[in-house]
Design a protein around this ligand. Structure first.
Ligand code: XIL
Length: 422
């Protein structure tokens, strides 16, 4: 009898002990995963880039209307922050010169969608060398003989035609590869000022954070801090300070970010530190560092931890602005995210054991984010799922094309448990 009682007590204890696990399995099983935004509510908002069809409905790029509806459901369920993947870029929001040259429809829809669904909205991006129309740089001054702005070599198939994508012309003539006679410094500053005042002014109080300058830093191992672009050649390196000052004047309450990729690498990060310290010394209103974090499955906790530790010494909040983790062979060589090189980084098929490597990489990366949660104030993924990703072939996101959470999703949510670690 005693033995039987002992046995029953043990069984009861076992069942009670397993109860939370069983319940968790029921609640968080494949049918109903927890929402990312809830899991990380004590750490940071969790956002995503969204394309036009997600905020306007209908069929989308590579997506039927049904698939798009499922993408929207995932977006609403998991994310509490949103940014336009393309629709606030100069090319799309201000394709023609002058006050009548703006196309606000899709950007307005994104802001309404975000706010209507209780999300914070970020603006991307005001000044960039890419996806900027010719007219912005055009004028009557012949390009200087020493102009060093050759069109970048375009890998075949970089861009797909789509409602939400710029298409083949996106990085071709007309969009940042302009080689004709140029505007003067004053003309270009004036255009920049008009653009920033109009766009930031329109969304004042609704878009609370802006990528003011995107990707101004040079790549590679050379000594240049800044990339050579039409902005830097026509205005000079102070185009960056001017952009921030215009944005601050347009909305003094907005958080203004400097945004770039590759900050997980030492050379690029060093340039960032140089640039931002210089801007700070000149009292330029830079309020946050946007680290795009287009990384790959070879990225470790240590690499991300070191990057965040160093960037944090600037004394500014860090926003992870475009997170994805590339699993394609072609993307394992570095942390580059030059749009012109994008096709190459998704070539070669997936690495061996891609799913597990993705989960491991995401686990390490998020453990670093959680560790640095006092500095890391926002995490934004660059897309809702693999099917709509700009690096679709690298399967870089937490949800597959059917919006099912991948093993990387499970790996990410478990890292929240490390937040109480010393
Ligand atoms: C990408 C978009 O995802 C693509 O749809 C588009 O064709 C090219 O631009 N850095 C940035 C983003 O700041 O704007 C880029 O987005 C990815 C790299």
């Amino acid at each position: 009898m005693n033995n039987l009682h002992r046995f029953l007590r043990r069984m009861r204890a076992l069942v009670l002990g397993l109860m939370p696990l069983l319940l968790a399995r029921f609640v968080t099983g494949a049918e109903a995963p927890p929402a990312l935004k809830d899991v990380f509510k004590d750490c940071f908002p969790i956002g995503t880039a969204a394309n036009r069809s997600m905020v306007m409905g209908g069929a989308g790029f590579r997506r039927s209307a049904d698939q798009n509806a499922a993408d929207i459901a995932t977006l609403k369920f998991h994310f509490n922050q949103i940014v336009a993947e393309n629709d606030m870029k100069w090319q799309l929001i201000h394709p023609r010169e002058g006050g009548n040259g703006y196309e606000f429809g899709p950007a307005d829809a994104l802001v309404d969608f975000g706010l209507g669904n209780g999300m914070q909205v970020a603006g991307h991006t005001l000044v960039w060398h890419s996806q900027t129309p010719n007219w912005v740089f055009a004028g009557t001054n012949p390009p200087p003989p020493d102009a060093t702005n050759p069109p970048p070599a375009l890998a075949a198939g970089t861009n797909g035609p789509a409602t939400n994508r710029p298409g083949r012309g996106g990085f071709g003539p007309g969009f940042g590869r302009y080689t004709g006679p140029r505007a003067s410094r004053e003309e270009l500053l004036q255009r920049m000022s008009n653009h920033i005042h109009t766009v930031v002014g329109r969304y004042k109080g609704r878009v609370k954070v802006w990528d003011v300058v995107n990707e101004a830093l040079a790549d590679g191992q050379g000594t240049n801090v800044l990339r050579t672009s039409l902005w830097s050649e026509i205005i000079g390196p102070d185009f960056i300070a001017s952009a921030f000052r215009f944005a601050h004047a347009a909305d003094p309450d907005a958080i203004l970010r400097y945004n770039d990729y590759g900050l997980e690498g030492a050379a690029k990060r060093k340039r960032l530190m140089t640039l931002i310290r210089e801007l700070q010394a000149q009292q330029v209103p830079v309020h946050a560092i946007g680290s795009q974090a287009h990384v790959n499955v070879s990225t470790t906790f240590e690499a991300m931890d070191q990057a965040l530790t160093e960037i944090a010494t600037l004394g500014l909040p860090i926003h992870i602005t475009e997170l994805d983790v590339n699993g394609a062979q072609g993307g394992q060589g570095g942390f580059g995210a030059n749009v012109a090189d994008n096709a190459a980084t998704t070539q070669g098929g997936l690495v061996a054991d891609a799913d597990k490597r993705l989960a491991d990489a995401y686990a390490g990366i998020f453990r670093a984010f959680v560790k640095h949660r006092d500095t890391v104030k926002l995490i934004t993924f660059w897309g809702v799922n693999d099917a709509v990703s700009w690096r679709a072939q690298g399967r870089p996101l937490l949800f597959d094309g059917e919006n099912q959470p991948k093993s990387a999703f499970q790996a990410v949510i478990t890292t929240v448990g490390t937040r109480t670690a010393p």
